[in-house]
Design a protein around this ligand. Structure first.
Ligand SMILES: Nc1nc2c(c(=O)[nH]1)N[C@@H](CN(C=O)c1ccc(C(=O)N[C@@H](CCC(=O)O)C(=O)O)cc1)CN2
Length: 287
């Protein structure tokens, strides 16, 4: 039997409509949510993503600013721009598109963003808040994965075993923390894991976030598992594909996310949700 698809485009449409309603309500009270997007350099994929982010902002009624800089922009100049945006009352969220050119220290740049405007959820303060269960912004990609699980009735994950493949700061680690906060039993696997398949075969939920094709194949999952594919790769024909052998795994899993049309659109949707939240927090603090 073929797995049910978890459609990131359909879920995004629904969540973005909710954001648009909240944005209209806040705008009517005199506060329009605002997002600043910074792109440094000419990475073609990044150019598409930032365009999509700005378009998504327009669609839900946000104010948005796209700042594009040459790849030669100095780190000091970028930090100065972030400082200005931190102090701009029309801007509630700031994001710097990654990857940055090699001469710029992305850690330094992320830490320069005010935690109150860190709608990517990458700041150490946001990661720490997630770790201890305090208010902060959740990293958009894993946050989107959690919403996808919720959409199939998996909100409280008590009794479920989730296996995360990958330990990056922006996906693997926050993903594990979010699954843990939802009461799952969580295993994080990575390049140093001795027997990956032995781990994934035990999982009720597998999240693949490595950036390598076919990391997860049908023989590595148990029947009925839920498979979330965060990967974004190109196959030999240049076609977009994830980390999961989709055709194989869909015959074994109960639910699976496609690539494209799965986690990718949800990343942008959760950026809107975080920006909305940032603006609402400003409004709440003003009363
Ligand atoms: N500052 C950030 N930089 C990066 C992030 C991020 O969350 N914040 N994530 C990725 C890129 N990314 C968003 O920025 C992103 C990647 C892919 C998609 C998406 O919708 N993909 C589509 C397919 C698009 C295509 O055809 O090429 C899909 O999966 O359906 C959205 C956002 C790295 N940088």
């Amino acid at each position: 039997m073929s797995a049910q698809l978890i459609d990131g485009n359909a879920l995004s449409k629904q969540l973005r409509a909710e954001v648009a309603q909240r944005a209209a309500a806040l705008t009517a009270r005199g506060l329009k949510p605002g997002l600043a997007v910074i792109l440094v350099g000419d990475n073609p994929a990044s150019a598409v993503y930032v365009r999509n982010k700005v378009k998504a902002c327009e669609d839900v009624g946000f104010h948005s600013v796209l700042e594009k800089y040459e790849a030669t922009l100095s780190e000091a100049d970028l930090l100065a721009r972030i400082d200005a945006l931190n102090n701009d009352p029309a801007i509630h969220g700031i994001l710097v598109q990654l990857p940055l050119p090699k001469h710029i220290d992305d850690h330094k740049v992320i830490e320069a963003i005010s935690p109150l405007k860190d709608v990517d959820g990458f700041h150490v303060a946001s990661a720490g808040a997630l770790m201890v269960g305090e208010v902060g912004f959740k990293a958009c990609t894993p946050y989107g994965c959690m919403k996808m699980l919720e959409s199939i009735g998996l909100k409280d994950l008590r009794g479920k075993h989730a296996v995360v493949i990958g330990r990056s700061n922006i996906v693997g680690k926050p993903m594990a923390m979010m699954l843990l906060a939802a009461n799952a039993t969580v295993t994080i696997t990575h390049s140093g894991t001795a027997d990956l398949a032995a781990m994934t075969r035990q999982a009720d939920i597998v999240v693949a976030a490595v950036g390598k094709r076919n990391v997860l194949t049908a023989d590595m999952i148990k029947p009925g598992a839920v498979v979330i594919d965060v990967g974004m790769n190109r196959n030999d024909e240049g076609k977009l594909c994830g980390d999961v052998d989709f055709d194989g795994c869909r015959e074994v899993a109960s639910h699976i996310t496609p690539v494209p049309g799965g986690v990718g659109p949800m990343t942008i949707t959760m950026l809107l949700v975080n920006t909305m939240e940032a603006a609402e927090r400003v409004a709440a603090a003003a009363v």
